[in-house]
Design a protein around this ligand. Structure first.
Ligand SMILES: NC(=O)c1ccc[n+]([C@@H]2O[C@H](COP(=O)([O-])OP(=O)(O)OC[C@H]3O[C@@H](n4cnc5c(N)ncnc54)[C@H](OP(=O)(O)O)[C@@H]3O)[C@@H](O)[C@H]2O)c1
Length: 232
């Protein structure tokens, strides 16, 4: 069965950026949203809950998933938007190893931890939708982004294998490949300052809301989105 009003969607990292704007779109559509993130969102709504979670920590993810399920009150955990992520950029011989490891811990391992917690719940329901946020850097390498691109290629690989593994259980798996979006993501990137010719996070939120609302036998597998005029 496709998504219903009152279903719960988990978004990792919904305290700002794409995650927060997606939460707002989903709440407008009448869904319940739970954020698993390190910092609580300032934005408040009666159907928007936050659980403190370091997504790179398996015990944290397991605990917040159990807490989320225990508060469903008979409702469904229909969706997981794997959005939490970060990018460090630099020449391969200079990029600090901790930054390389942090990207893999959050973008790849954390994403897998969240998936392995929700899949049994979705299998029991016979329905669910996992959306993984990759990047265009996960389709084509970017200069000084060897680590970030590697993590996003991994997200693409996980998504491609899992949509084939989980479709027979009524679970959709989609992968989204955004170009540049005007968010705090670029605070870590010395060479780029976020600007208004990048895509708006609100537009991604609306698209993710649409993806989750697609009918039961309709699976968006890979979606690449870019700003039309990145230089204005
Ligand atoms: N902006 C772009 O141009 C762009 C393009 C393509 C793909 N993406 C992808 O889109 C996703 C969202 O990025 P954004 O642009 O919205 O950036 P953002 O504004 O920096 O938001 C990133 C989110 O991830 C959370 N997060 C980071 N590390 C975490 C951790 N260890 N545990 C839990 N939460 C963590 C952050 O929360 P806290 O830091 O508060 O914990 C925040 O909510 C990322 O996966 C990014 O790779 C972004």
């Amino acid at each position: 069965m496709s998504i219903q009003k009152g279903d719960t969607i988990v978004i990792t990292g919904a305290n700002k950026g794409i995650g927060l704007e997606t939460a707002k779109s989903l709440l407008k559509s009448g869904f319940k949203v739970v954020s698993w993130s390190r910092n609580a969102p300032e934005y408040q709504h009666p159907d928007f809950k936050h659980f403190n979670c370091q997504i790179a920590n398996h015990d944290d993810v397991k605990a917040v998933c159990e807490a989320t399920v225990s508060e469903l009150e008979g409702g469904r955990l229909y969706g997981l938007v794997n959005n939490a992520g970060l990018g460090w950029f630099g020449r391969v011989e200079e990029l600090p190893l901790e930054q390389w490891h942090e990207m893999f811990d959050v973008n790849v391992h954390g994403l897998m931890y969240a998936i392995r917690q929700v899949v049994p719940v979705m299998k029991a329901q016979g329905a669910g939708h996992i959306i993984n946020i990759a990047s265009i850097a996960g389709r084509d390498g970017v200069v000084q982004g060897s680590g970030y691109s590697a993590t996003k290629f991994a997200v693409s690989g996980i998504s491609s294998a899992l949509y084939k593994e989980l479709r027979e259980f009524g679970i959709k798996v989609s992968c989204v490949y955004p170009g540049s979006v005007n968010t705090n993501f670029f605070d870590r990137v010395e060479a780029i300052t976020a600007h208004s010719n990048m895509m708006a996070a609100e537009d991604l939120g609306e698209m993710l809301d649409w993806m989750l609302k697609t009918s039961a036998n309709y699976l968006p597998v890979d979606i690449e989105i870019r700003p039309l005029k990145p230089r204005g």
